[in-house]
Design a binder for this molecule. Sequence first.
Ligand SMILES: Nc1ncnc2c1ncn2[C@@H]1O[C@H](COP(=O)(O)OP(=O)(O)O)[C@@H](O)[C@H]1O
Ligand SMILES: [Mg+2]
Length: 350
Amino acid sequence: MEKRNISVTIIILSLINAVIIALVMFLLAYYKNYPINIDFILFSLFIAFLGSFFVIYFYYYEVVNKRVVDLSEKIRTTFLSKDIPLKQNLLEEADGLAQLDERVNQLIDIREKERMQFENLDSYRKEYLGNVSHELKTPIFNVQGYIDTLINGGINDPEINMDYLKRADKSIDRIINIIDDLETITQLESGEMHLEMEKFDITNLCKDIYSQLELNAAKTNISLLLTKKYDKPIYVIADKFRIRQVLVNLITNSIKYGKENGKTTINISNYNDDVIIEVSDNGMGIEEKHLPRLFERFYRIDKGRSREQGGTGLGLAIVKHILEAHKKSIHVESVVGKGTKFTFSLKATT
Ligand SMILES: Nc1ncnc2c1ncn2[C@@H]1O[C@H](COP(=O)(O)OP(=O)(O)O)[C@@H](O)[C@H]1O
Ligand SMILES: [Mg+2]
């Protein structure tokens, strides 16, 4: 409500009041047989108007308005942050109702945003818990199955006893993998992860990871290649342990989702102040509709295949978080049946 509206309202109220008072006086005079003339009526109307106006004006501004201003100030200090300004000019005489109106609207906006945040958080929490328990259930049930069989006589059967123990061991490895990944993701999401930035040679790290993963790749006869020899070092500033995690994840994926006799290639190049790292494969590729969700936790295109390969669906989510912690991003391009390329950058140094 505008200030002018309130003044107009007060004038109208005063006029109505004045008319009522004048009418009462007129009736009183009439019944008491006092002489009545137009001057008397106009005079009493005028006096009644002035009186009413001052009484209502002072009552409104000195009592009602002050309390309303106090109230909107209370809302601001209790619920709103100090930096939410009022739209109206504070140099003008404070119009309590307009202030209160604005504050209440700000309060409603904030509450609405909070409610949406809580709803999102709640559905995220439910989905997350559901995913975690679902992921853990499979290997735990497997272990239980193998142990049950062994207890019920299998332990004495040389055909299966060692085999079942090994399978149970593998399922336990899987549980540990899931828990490790969950721990990393929790640390990254709660901002607890502290990056240990250091200068290192990225070409050397790639070669090192290649030799670590060689045996893995050999299983499907996948060649791990570099586009050049890279006999000169290319230095970056980053958390070496975490970047190793990123590369291991990407290269392992290229092996897991690659084809027999395929290849994984890394290209490293300088671009302005950055070093660009591309990890490409000529594997199964990813349909375009999956690309926007690829970096979400637990998102997998072929759940069966991923589980079979020991995947948790958390790898790319971790990769994205680590690069974001470095204030960098990751980009993916893929053609089904042709292959996939992941590209990210790191800060270059000399
Ligand atoms: N190089 C790739 N080629 C084809 N598909 C891939 C590749 N990398 C990742 N994906 C797909 O993205 C999904 C998510 O990857 P990731 O987060 O690492 O989980 P996972 O534990 O399943 O490997 C995988 O399940 C797979 O379907
Ligand atoms: Mg993976």
